[in-house]
Write a protein that binds this ligand. Structure first.
Ligand code: ADP
Ligand code: MG
Length: 211
């Protein structure tokens, strides 16, 4: 994998959050302020634009640029959270031109660590962590078992989607939805939903590049 992997990952995220914008807005309208779909759409459209103006940078630098762009274009909680996630992930790669599956796990693990550090959320708090953490763990475990990257990413995306659904019956303990207390129960978390799209986008980007 290389810089083109990161560019196509960001393009896939842009396309999928735009396609799901209204759904993300509805989910956030139910337990938040209804801006999650527009936040993610605005942010990743700006990321794609920023990457287009920076051909030739190595993959880690592109992730850092993507993260910086999210921080400066997204006002909601998801901007700084994904912004620091992508910047931390990018720093793992330094200046290297190519990376392998094991390093991709470390990129995602660093992203997860910075989300948890900044947002102080754990699995079960009904946030994006509920989708991101199982995805990172699944990818790490499958690769450790010797499963090839494509199928391992498929399993990671499925784990993110299962984590997304696991937010429905629980009460929010972090973020805006936590203000609702028990009334947040029964609704799928918008941030966990877009996180499942982010991991699915990665799976698609890697499959495309290897086909
Ligand atoms: P805002 O809540 O500021 O309007 P968004 O609507 O863009 O921002 O994003 C909401 C999502 O952000 C939530 O659904 C949740 O997944 C995630 N989120 C909010 N606070 C936290 C936190 N402290 N840690 C992790 N994720 C969080
Ligand atoms: Mg919101």
């Amino acid at each position: 994998m290389d810089a083109a992997t990161i560019t196509s990952w960001m393009r896939e995220i842009d396309a999928s959050v735009r396609a799901e914008r209204d759904h993300l807005v509805q989910l956030d309208a139910a337990i938040g302020d209804g801006d999650h779909g527009t936040n993610m759409t605005r942010g990743f459209a700006a990321v794609v634009q920023a990457l287009d103006t920076d051909p030739g940078s190595p993959p880690g630098k592109l992730l850092i640029l993507a993260g910086r762009t999210l921080v400066s274009t997204v006002g909601g909680a998801s901007g700084p959270l994904w912004g620091s996630a992508l910047r931390s992930g990018g720093r793992v790669l330094g200046d290297q031109e190519v990376f392998d599956g094991g390093q991709l796990v470390e990129v995602l693990a660093a992203a997860l660590a910075s989300v948890k550090d900044l947002g102080t959320a754990a699995v079960g708090d009904k946030t994006m962590v509920d989708a991101l953490e199982p995805a990172v763990e699944k990818l790490r475990a499958r690769l450790a078992d010797g499963v090839p990257l494509g199928p391992a990413l498929e399993d990671a995306a499925a784990a993110a989607e299962a984590g997304m659904r696991s937010t429905i019956p629980i009460q929010a303990r972090k973020g805006r939805a936590s203000y609702l207390g028990e009334r947040s129960v029964g609704h799928q978390d918008p941030g966990a939903t877009s996180t499942a799209l982010v991991i699915r986008a990665l799976q698609k980007a890697v499959v495309q590049q290897n086909s």
